[in-house]
Design a protein around this ligand. Sequence first.
Ligand code: ATR
Length: 282
Amino acid sequence: MILSGKSRVAGVMGWPVGHSRSPRLHGFWLQQYGIDGAYVPLPVPPDRIEPAIRALPALGLAGCNVTVPHKEAAFRLVDLLDPAAKRIGAVNTIVVRPDGSLEGRNTDAFGFRENLRDGAPGWDPAAGPAVVVGAGGAARAVAVALLDSGVPELRLVNRTRARAEELAADLGPGVPVRVIPWEWRASALADAGLLVNTTTQGMAGQPALDLPLAGLPPAAVVTDIVYTPLLTPLLKQAKERGNPVVDGLGMLLHQARPGFQAWFGLAPKVTPELRRFVLEGL
Ligand code: ATR
């Protein structure tokens, strides 16, 4: 697409941002739908995040995605927050409104839910407790998504127990959350309906997640938010014992949809072609 004076421009703010898949992903949609727009990397070091975010309306940008390490800073700097961002405490999508104010959204929980819907259409949230391994930013979004889906119990397992306790407290009183000590992680899998890895373990170059699956019910769905490699050691182990598995790539693809729609005015689709195209760039 050749740009014009009317091109809508969005991008992704991160530091570093060179590894981001978002320009390729949004670029595919812009081309596929013939939209007069651009989606560019916006490398912003941590000490420049405030002026960078404030500059969005001044530059006439449509908005941006926000990635590591800026999601919490963006949460503090925008003018208004959507309910998901409020609950997760982080912003991954900023939309510049017609009056120049900044709306902060979080689409990670949406992306996680949509990926699970695509990859495991038969998963019933009521089937059993959901086990979430990890307590970082990604775990927050996953926990919110699962509570919204109506799981009967959320079991949080994290190497550093205090972080899991903090996440449980932030999710609020009256929600069915239990923190399981790391030493007992294998027993947390008994009667589970879903297992999610939100840690970096299993990523290319990292050791596999140390979690024996022997106690996991055979029908439990296993998913990983890591997508390099697509089949992580955890998913491989789960697949070999017959559990349904869902890889993490779809979460990346689906979390991008609401931003694209807000900036460029068209609801994009996650298709096998898009998956292939993004995979080729990994
Ligand atoms: P993100 O925000 O992307 O989720 P993060 O905040 O760095 O990333 O969180 C990484 C998660 O991976 C944490 O839950 C971390 O556990 P700790 O809270 O104990 O640090 C988990 N993690 C990282 N390395 C790990 C390891 N070797 N074994 C188990 N968990 C690990």
